[in-house]
Design a binder for this molecule. Structure first.
Ligand code: SF4
Length: 460
């Protein structure tokens, strides 16, 4: 499997990995690969399918413009975004990659094709650059979820990035069955095998520093979300709740047995409120589902009182990434492709597996936890109201986090023997997603998205 832990966990900005992070990376990459960029006189970007239908709510337009300016999701300071876009809107001048200036009209040069879908994936983008000598350079990219992007050519080659060198690893796997077989043969845990695979790409110090950095960003995101109140952007007038509820969550009067679960929900919602506000988040495996893994990591490191939290957190992330890789390879992590089961469902499975590993579960128990996480999200649609990553997404992360703990608990108390394998659950998710009607796949044309608008109109 040509995927790394850091492909699953990418530092970026909200609100969406497929509609914000991916398009920003694609826009920048298009220009970086364009021959004779200095001759550019015009650039146009066409957004297709789900990117066009929910792109405004998901800030796809802003992401593409920032990518053309040369910004990257991991380095851009979220607080500078509005100023950069305001300058472009008033001046009508785009500085491509920050260097080459051309005229750019947001209304004429950023095009929305809501009724057209490009053949490779529901999230398609067509970039066209015209040079001063009249020559044209054009490229299609797809954003396939979790910040992954592929050119049309790469997607045709089964999603293998042409320019990416394939590195041999000691424990190659394409299914959970293969990973479990490696474990049986070597006597190693999934975390140990993933670690050895990663060490084919980098040193142990680099790996640990990278994992620690990811957890740091996640943890800060929780802390910010538990402090900030107010209304989220986008016009739905959704109020942030995590910070307000957190104030009473540590109350020592009227303590109830499920208060611990309440706190876990708030950790997750804090992250997703930050995501909805365009803040700094980590794809895990996507932005829409970014709250679940940080919430369970916080729960593990703080509430489970582990003896070696540093190592436990690293093992958690390695194992969670293994599950995310299997879901990405054998199904999808894109809401536009298979609904929310591929985002919140996968994040739940990753978190359940990670927690099981960190708490000392066997490889078989890890599989059980991940399978339970997927199985109980099968068929879950993606129907965000107003195309914003707010309702149902924020609460849904809280629910996904609680389910992840339940899944891990069931697995840890079992002998690891179970009827449905993870590979079967992932294949079921894939098939269910492809059978799902397009209106339930990040188009905001069905489900909660239209029902709530209908009700509101009726009330008027
Ligand atoms: S409903 Fe789920 S898949 Fe859809 S935008 Fe929200 S979190 Fe993402």
């Amino acid at each position: 499997m040509d995927m790394r832990v850091f492909d699953l966990f990418k530092i970026g900005v909200g609100p969406s990995s497929s509609h914000t992070v991916g398009p920003m990376i694609a826009a920048r990459r298009f220009l970086l690969e364009c021959p004779d960029l200095f001759k550019a006189s015009k650039v146009q970007v066409g957004l297709y399918g789900s990117l066009a239908l929910t792109g405004i709510g998901h800030a796809t337009d802003k992401a593409v413009l920032l990518g053309l300016m040369g910004e990257t999701p991991q380095d851009i300071a979220p607080e500078t975004v509005d100023d950069k876009l305001a300058t472009l809107a008033t001046s009508g001048i785009m500085h491509l990659l920050g260097e080459y200036s051309i005229k750019f009209d947001i209304l004429d040069d950023l095009l929305w094709f809501k009724k057209e879908v490009l053949p490779g994936h529901p999230n398609g983008m067509r970039f066209t650059l015209t040079r001063s000598d009249g020559s044209v350079y054009e490229k299609i990219f797809y954003s396939t979820g979790g910040g992954f992007i592929y050119s049309a050519e790469e997607l045709q080659q089964d999603g293998t990035a042409t320019e990416k060198e394939v590195v041999a690893v000691p424990y190659p796997f394409g299914t959970m069955a293969e990973l479990l077989a490696h474990g049986k043969h070597s006597g190693k845990s999934i975390a140990a095998m993933l670690r050895e695979n990663e060490l084919s790409h980098c040193s142990a110090d680099e790996l640990d520093a990278g994992l620690d950095r990811i957890w740091n960003v996640m943890s800060h995101c929780i802390d910010r979300g538990l402090q900030i109140t107010g209304e989220l952007p986008g016009g739905l007038h959704v109020q942030r709740r995590a910070a307000k509820l957190w104030l009473t969550a540590n109350n020592t009067t009227n303590v109830l047995p499920h208060d611990g679960m309440h706190k876990v929900s708030l950790y997750a919602m804090a992250v997703n409120e930050e995501n909805a506000a365009g803040g700094r988040v980590v794809t895990a495996p996507t932005n829409g589902a970014a709250g679940i893994i940080p919430a369970i990591l916080r729960y593990y490191s703080k509430d489970c009182k582990p003896s070696n939290p540093e190592q436990g957190i690293r093992n958690f992330m390695l194992v969670a990434a293994a599950i995310g890789m299997l879901c990405k390879k054998n199904a999808s992590i894109s809401g536009a492709e298979i609904g929310c089961q591929g985002e919140v469902g996968v994040a739940c499975a990753m978190a359940a597996a990670g927690l099981t590993a960190a708490l000392g579960g066997s490889n078989e128990q890890i599989e059980t936890a991940a399978e339970i996480g997927i199985e109980h999200h099968l068929g879950m649609t993606c129907d965000p109201i107003g195309g914003l990553v707010q309702i149902p997404c924020i609460e849904r992360n809280g629910m996904g986090a609680v389910k992840a703990i339940t899944a891990a608990s069931l697995a840890l108390k079992s002998d690891g023997v179970h009827h449905v394998s993870l590979d079967q659950a992932i294949e079921t998710m894939r098939q269910t997603g492809f059978d799902m009607q397009a209106k339930y796949k990040e188009t905001s044309l069905g489900g909660l998205a239209i029902h709530v608008i209908t009700v509101n109109h009726a009330a008027c």
